[in-house]
Write a protein that binds this ligand. Structure first.
Ligand SMILES: [Fe+2]
Ligand SMILES: [Fe+2]
Length: 325
């Protein structure tokens, strides 16, 4: 009999192939992959794409959607001494991973079940495995501070084409997926907790606007500005856009939109008291706050590379172009 488990990354519902889903008349032994493509999570109505194998819940999502965060965000946030993200041996292992998905690597290496056994405290889980909890805590702290080193390229000297491609691959594409995932989380938290936490309804409204503006913004960068910068670098000639203006106009517009996105993030941080979960917050609520903090951290790096590296270098190139003025 099949006994694989697949978890909804939005609400943590687990589809257990051994049990099927009686409330939906899904018989035991039906594999997750054999469920209809239209199948929805019975708890939160998320689609199949929001599910991950139970053996490693957050990591694939993390790798796909928060790659940039792995490079810089984690190290920065770990240094931030954020009390809400403090780690202790009395915390449930599921919560430890929800806070920082990279911790899953450490727990997996040690054979600690953070998924289906995620409610056990770290202390209990270590006891069960015969591990020294203090040593495990040290490894988890090290994972928090560990940054990937794929981002060490000096972008102040690299080709602008490479930098633009890097921004699209490392920030834009993962961010699109993350915005979709977090939109579902925000909607659920507002629906379930809106009565007791009306601020989460405001967060939902701010997030939805932030999402739609950012999606449009990235599309404009990818379809207009970045190709213009690449063409200018390749040909040495300034690019003229449909409105008759040069590259400086779209750069000015994108910079303004970055400010707008930054304001939306500040508003969400303020509304959530610096992403601090209230006492009655369920796991979904906590995952949402952590996801928002991740998006904010990633946006800081993303916008930094555009505002402080790509755009000034493109404008400098424009000034050097023979027929620019
Ligand atoms: Fe961008
Ligand atoms: Fe941008």
């Amino acid at each position: 009999m099949s006994n694989a488990k697949t978890i909804c990354t939005v609400c943590n519902y687990i589809y257990d192939e051994a049990l099927g889903e009686p409330t939906q008349n899904i018989p035991p032994s039906l594999k997750f992959n054999d469920l209809s493509d239209q199948w929805k999570c019975p708890e939160c109505e998320s689609g199949k794409e929001m599910f991950q194998p139970c053996s490693c819940v957050s990591l694939p999502i993390y790798e796909q959607t928060c790659v940039a965060h792995a490079a810089i965000g984690i190290a920065n946030r770990a240094k931030a001494d954020d009390v809400s993200l403090a780690m202790s041996k009395t915390m449930p292992v599921g919560q430890l991973v929800a806070q920082r998905p990279l911790r899953a690597c450490v727990l997996e290496q040690l054979g600690i079940d953070y998924c289906c056994g995620g409610k056990s405290t770290l202390e209990d889980a270590c006891l069960k495995k015969g591990l020294n909890v203090e040593h495990v805590l040290e490894k988890l702290f090290a994972a928090d501070l560990k940054g990937n080193h794929f981002d060490e390229k000096d972008w102040t000297k690299a080709d602008l084409k490479d930098l633009a491609d890097h921004i699209i691959t490392v920030y834009h594409q993962p961010l699109r997926e993350e915005l979709t995932r977090v939109a579902q989380l925000s909607a659920k938290v507002a629906r379930v907790h809106g009565d007791n936490h009306p601020e989460m309804i405001e967060v939902l409204n701010v997030f939805n606007q932030f999402k739609s503006q950012l999606e449009l913004h990235m599309q404009k960068e990818e379809m207009i500005l970045f190709p213009g910068i690449k063409a200018m670098e390749a040909t040495g000639s300034p690019q003229i856009f449909g409105c008759g203006g040069g590259i400086d106009h779209p750069i000015e517009m994108m910079t303004q939109e970055h400010d707008d996105a930054g304001e939306a993030l500040c508003t969400m941080r303020r509304l959530t008291n610096n992403y601090t979960p209230p006492e009655d917050a369920c796991n979904t609520f906590r995952v949402l706050l952590d996801s928002l903090a991740q998006i904010e951290s990633e946006m800081h790096q993303h916008v930094h590379k555009e505002n402080n590296i790509l755009f000034p270098r493109a404008l400098a190139l424009l000034q050097m172009a023979p027929s620019s003025r």
